[in-house]
Ligand binder design. Structure first.
Ligand code: IMP
Ligand code: MG
Length: 170
């Protein structure tokens, strides 16, 4: 197995700064409920929320895991959020939007809970893989159709700790 750096930690840091500035502008005067989707988004969310100047509450959800390198399209909630999102401004923080199934299921589910608003923030998108349309409000990077690891993203639970985003070559 070899890795090839696709996005360096320096580039990630710069881009998150830009996204955080946008979020701070857009949510001025509001309070955010940031929902980090575990486990993949944990590193991204922790870096991002520390750059937010608007008031933020943090919650977590665990959704059904990705099975190796294929997506099933079946999504289940393994751990739900603790905070009631009713009348709150939800910002979902995801690691990667691939086929789009996970996040579109999640958005429909959360909309039923009557939040004041719901937006999506993702570290990565692979637009060429999309099977359902997803509107990403804040996106750090588009990547080509390669399997990537690092900065929270895993291959069979490995490599989440890598500081750069890398292409996994099996
Ligand atoms: P989707 O439902 O196909 O959009 O899949 C989203 C989930 O698949 C992400 O939350 C990841 O857990 C996983 N995933 C998709 N592509 C990759 C990748 O390149 N590396 C690591 N995980 C991935
Ligand atoms: Mg994930």
């Amino acid at each position: 197995m070899t890795h090839e750096i696709l996005i360096s930690s320096t580039e990630i840091k710069q881009r998150i700064r830009e996204i955080a500035d946008e979020i701070n502008r857009d949510y001025a005067g509001k309070e955010l409920l940031a929902v980090c989707i575990l486990k993949g988004a944990v590193i991204f969310a922790s870096d991002l929320i520390r750059l937010l100047t608007v008031p933020v509450s943090l919650d977590f959800m665990v959704l059904s895991s990705y099975n190796k390198q294929t997506s099933t399209g079946i999504v289940t909630v393994k751990k739900d959020m603790d905070i009631d999102p009713q009348e709150r401004h939800i910002l979902i923080i995801e690691d990667i939007i691939d086929t789009g199934h996970t996040v579109s299921h999640l958005m429909s589910l959360l909309k039923l809970r009557n939040p004041a608003s719901i937006k999506l923030c993702s570290l990565i998108s692979k637009p060429s893989r999309r099977e359902v349309e997803v509107d990403i409000d804040y996106l750090c990077f588009n990547v080509p159709d390669e399997f990537i690891v690092g900065y929270g993203l895993d291959y069979e639970q490995h490599f989440r700790n890598l500081p750069n985003i890398e292409i996994l070559k099996l």
